[in-house]
Ligand binder design. Structure first.
Ligand SMILES: CC(C)[C@H](C(=O)O)[C@@H](O)C(=O)O
Ligand code: SF4
Length: 468
């Protein structure tokens, strides 16, 4: 019987069918962070349970840690220190691998897991964090869970879940010059709505996906969460293997050769079927920006703030009006007329070395507009070091950007770091909810190059139009 890639991974992980609507599946890797992982470790201990496979459990400090140079266990978040110190103590006691604040491998969980070769094709990986789907870019089944499920996974190396449905999005042709994976993600959200992937594992396929480098594939898979999907997956290929080869936790020697041989079979059969099957032409995708408070509120940068009539097929009048008031917008305003207060480059969506390189190419020899607060937070300390080795930090700093230590930072106000009240922020992150980046902040999601171009212009701007 023909199978798609999800079904192949699923089949090889089924332990037992439990009841009519749930399956017990084997969990190969668990990743934790100090915000939610600490909760799981604590209650596991209180229940008197041990971790089944500590060698396959990893933990990082990313959400609550500050990203200022010279940071310590003290945090801007008033109760943050306890999360850090308790996670550290619990991780040591449990014998799991911890990427602590002073560890050169520290960074955002979904950035460092691939960097370290912890996620591998065909594995199941869970983390109590919604953007775990990022790691599906490697042909793994990786998904976000709650802290209680994390406890179950830690104690038993299994999870009881309902089998998700499948959806394929085939992207034909090639993305245009200056159009990125982030633009594709926002385009799909605008086209199919933020609920479009609900309950499904999305397989991204087709020539435009095959052409994406691994870091771009991660950006695309990252935003499956905004799509309400269970997860996303991309079949592994030579780019995947080249990325993983030699990574610390990837197999070595003969084991590597055998692994690659097996991984090559991890592709959907040509006659595989899906619950939903969409085809998109890459030529239809342009540089995107969000205008509202849902990731589906996206349009091309040369567009205008839409009228209700233009979005009424997916937004209620109430949601639209609320977004317009919150974002302080007037329908019909060209998006490029919107002045910004802040620019942020970072997060598990767009903080890897290729993201920083593309932003730096725009910033080189230019200055951030007067009055704009601009911040770059590399996704990991490894990304930070790589960027510094290439002199990217100097380009960012010369342009007027702050250059930070790795972490989630201002992707996530709840971690303690914040933009100014009501600031209009152009941001390379994935969530534009109310107050996501600080009290009453107005976030516009975009690619790193659009964030850079907007920081220079002082208003939302098309990176392709900057004069050289
Ligand atoms: C703190 C964590 C549970 C949360 C998530 O799961 O998404 C965070 O990473 C976020 O992006 O809001
Ligand atoms: S960078 Fe943002 S979206 Fe990603 S894990 Fe951290 S808080 Fe969540």
């Amino acid at each position: 019987m023909s199978e798609n890639i999800f079904e192949k991974i699923w089949r090889s992980h089924v332990v037992a069918e439990v009841g009519t609507d749930a399956t017990l599946v084997l969990i190969d890797r668990v990743f934790l962070h100090e915000r939610t992982g600490s909760v799981a470790l604590k209650s596991l201990k209180e229940a008197g349970r041990a971790i089944m496979a500590p060698a396959h459990v990893f933990c990082t400090m990313d959400h609550i840690v500050d990203t200022f140079p010279g940071r310590s266990d003290k945090t801007l978040m008033p109760t943050g220190t306890a999360f850090i110190t308790e996670t550290r103590a619990a991780a040591h006691e449990a014998g799991i691998t911890l990427f602590d604040l002073d560890d050169e491998r520290q960074g955002i969980v979904h950035v460092i897991s691939p960097e370290q070769g912890i996620v591998l094709p065909g594995l199941t990986l869970v983390c109590p964090d919604s953007h775990t789907c990022t790691q599906g870019a490697f042909g793994a089944l990786a998904w976000g869970i709650g802290s209680t499920d994390a406890e179950h996974a830690l104690a038993t190396s299994t999870l009881r879940i309902k089998k998700p449905k499948t959806m394929r999005i085939t992207v034909t042709g090639q993305l245009g010059e200056g159009v990125t994976a982030k633009d594709l993600a926002l385009y799909l959200l605008a086209r199919y709505s933020a609920g479009g992937g609900k309950g499904h594992v999305i397989e991204y396929a087709g020539p435009a996906i095959e052409a994406l480098e691994m870091e771009a594939r991660m950006t695309l898979c990252n935003m499956a969460t905004e799509f309400a999907a269970f997860s996303a997956v991309i079949a592994p290929d030579d780019k995947t293997f080249a990325y993983l080869k030699g990574r610390p936790y990837a197999p070595k020697g003969a084991d590597w050769d055998l692994a690659v041989e097996n991984w090559r079979a991890l592709r959907s059969d040509t006659d595989a079927s899906y619950d939903k099957d969409y085809v998109v032409d890459a030529a239809d995708v342009g540089p995107m920006i969000t205008w509202g408070t849902s990731p589906q509120h996206a349009t091309t940068i040369d567009g205008k703030v839409p009228s209700f009539a233009e979005v009424s097929d997916r937004d209620s009048r109430e949601a639209y009006d609320r977004a317009m008031t919150y974002m302080d917008l007037v329908p019909g305003t060209p998006l490029q007329d919107l002045k910004i207060d802040s620019a942020f480059i970072g997060s598990c969506t767009n903080s890897r070395i290729s993201d920083l390189r593309r932003a730096a190419a725009i910033l080189k020899g230019r200055k951030v507009a007067a009055g704009v607060k601009a911040i770059c937070v590399p996704g990991s300390m490894a990304v930070k070091r790589a960027a510094e080795a290439e002199g990217l930090d100097v380009i960012f700093k010369d342009a007027g950007f702050e250059w930070r230590e790795a972490g989630c930072s201002m992707c996530f106000f709840a971690g303690g770091e914040s933009m100014a009240r009501r600031a209009r922020v152009v941001t390379s992150t994935n969530r534009n909810f109310e107050s996501r980046q600080g009290p009453e902040t107005r976030s516009h999601l975009a690619s790193p190059e659009m964030v850079a171009a907007s920081a220079i212009a002082g208003h939302l701007a098309d990176p392709r139009k900057l004069e050289r």
